[in-house]
Design a protein around this ligand. Sequence first.
Ligand code: NAD
Length: 325
Amino acid sequence: MAKIFISAKVPTSGIQALQQAGYEPAVYQGAGLITPTELKAGVADAAVLITPLSTPVTKDIIDAAPKLRLIANFGAGFNNIDINYAATKAIAVTNTPGVSTASTAEVTVGLVLALMHRMVEGDRLMRTTGFDGWAPLFFLGHELAGKTLGIVGMGQIGQAVAKRLHAFGMKIVYTQRHQLDVFTQSKTDATYLTLAELLKTADVVSLHAPLTPATQHLLGANQLALMQPSAYLINAARGPLVDEHALLAQLKAGQLAGAALDVYETEPQLTPGFAELKNVILTPHIGNATVEARDAMAKIVTDNAIAVLNGQAPTAVVNGVVEPK
Ligand SMILES: NC(=O)c1ccc[n+]([C@@H]2O[C@H](COP(=O)([O-])OP(=O)(O)OC[C@H]3O[C@@H](n4cnc5c(N)ncnc54)[C@H](O)[C@@H]3O)[C@@H](O)[C@H]2O)c1
């Protein structure tokens, strides 16, 4: 029987779906992330690899897997996989689009609310020194209503964030490679701007573009310097979109009002300096960490595994290989 190797624990619903289809997947049981050596051993005789987005699947790993036909990435972003090299070996690479949208949009909205209303900072205060009581000038934040939200990458998550924060009374501007069609744009009254115009204009900048060579350090020192000192930055996309050292310098210099990060440039490491800043919220890559999203992701990867092993085409192919070897 063809081997399915799963390089991290996944929801029970996924394992059960594979068992019902007659497969007994081998699941990595170690603590933390799998090492490259363990991954190579796991894929050596596997036809399918199901892997979380935190695990690099490099040329070396692919070379160690001569029977591999499918790499089903458990995640929407797939920058962890050498998709082009996989294509040269007729290995399909799939992701899990769409099902992270509600969860990641909700987390983003939560970060905007918490940052602008200083909720995490307030929680920390109550757990330490406490406060002297209500006072007219005490602990002031800012309302979202009437402010401008700038979305970088108006795809599924960007649009879901726009819809939700438009309901809070925010004006929506966005940038990406192509303008939206008029109908989609009109649903949130969104206005297209260039990245530079957006950075100069927005009170809150929220990143929702994928990590590609073109988006690496999309916000470097020069771009961050365009933002208003009263503006906030949210990154729930991918850490390397932002030059974190430049961001830290801007925050320390008071050139930005605050930032909320769910993802990190050298994830899972945190760049030293952020933890000390009161106007920064840090969450551990929990954008789609919901039971609902993870079950839906498990369904996509296991459906694809079963399809490929039955000689059918997988869905959500990201490297053009619709008929794997
Ligand atoms: N924090 C989390 O847990 C979490 C969860 C899910 C997804 N994500 C990240 O969010 C990203 C977006 O997800 P999605 O489902 O909305 O993807 P999507 O493909 O629907 O949207 C991405 C958008 O980014 C735009 N884009 C591409 N290159 C760009 C550039 N150079 N400048 C500006 N815009 C650009 C695209 O045109 C597209 O509209 C994913 O790639 C992933 O990295 C994070």
